[in-house]
Design a protein around this ligand. Structure first.
Ligand SMILES: NC(=O)c1ccc[n+]([C@@H]2O[C@H](COP(=O)([O-])OP(=O)(O)OC[C@H]3O[C@@H](n4cnc5c(N)ncnc54)[C@H](OP(=O)(O)O)[C@@H]3O)[C@@H](O)[C@H]2O)c1
Length: 129
């Protein structure tokens, strides 16, 4: 994490897209653990997905599980993978989009294209070809 930089145009180092899913919730917990290993107070991240309530519930669960109430203050971005414009806006805000939106056979390529077009790194958890 120490080498990741943001600019005023990229407010987040990492955006966890699909944070409310089965896999996404584990990724949220892992990002929380990892960001604590970086330089104090400089790591910026957000969760994203199509449903604000589910994303906030994920943050609440992670806050309880990890005893980190500050997780409730992580930014939430509402974006549907099927909507081009909001997806582009989300991609422009992150250095890295960590994509957990599935199934990938429907949304994987769409998210990857949006990242390329908007110059964000794209990482997924690749459960299927
Ligand atoms: N489960 C595993 O152990 C595992 C392991 C490795 C890889 N994978 C792969 O990871 C992917 C996700 O698996 P999962 O088990 O985590 O699935 P999941 O529990 O069904 O979660 C899917 C996530 O995608 C979101 N989503 C679905 N359609 C969306 C859309 N149109 N726009 C924005 N967000 C949308 C869901 O949001 P909502 O909460 O709003 O529904 C949810 O956050 C799959 O492709 C799978 O192959 C899974």
């Amino acid at each position: 994490m120490a080498t990741l930089t943001t600019s005023s145009k990229r407010p987040y180092h990492i955006i966890v897209f699909g944070a409310s899913g089965f896999t996404g919730q584990f990724v949220v917990e892992e990002v929380t653990r990892t960001c604590n290993e970086g330089p104090g107070g400089t790591f910026q991240w957000a969760v994203a997905g199509r449903n604000r309530d589910r994303l906030e519930k994920t943050l609440l669960q992670a806050a309880d599980a990890l005893c980190k109430p500050e997780l409730k203050c992580v930014e939430v971005i509402v974006t549907d993978a099927a909507e081009t414009e909001p997806l582009a806006i989300m991609c422009k805000q992150g250095v890295i989009v960590l994509n957990c939106v599935g199934p990938y056979r429907f949304y994987g390529e769409t998210v990857m294209k949006a990242c390329i077009e908007n110059v964000a790194h794209c990482i997924d958890i690749c459960g299927e070809p």
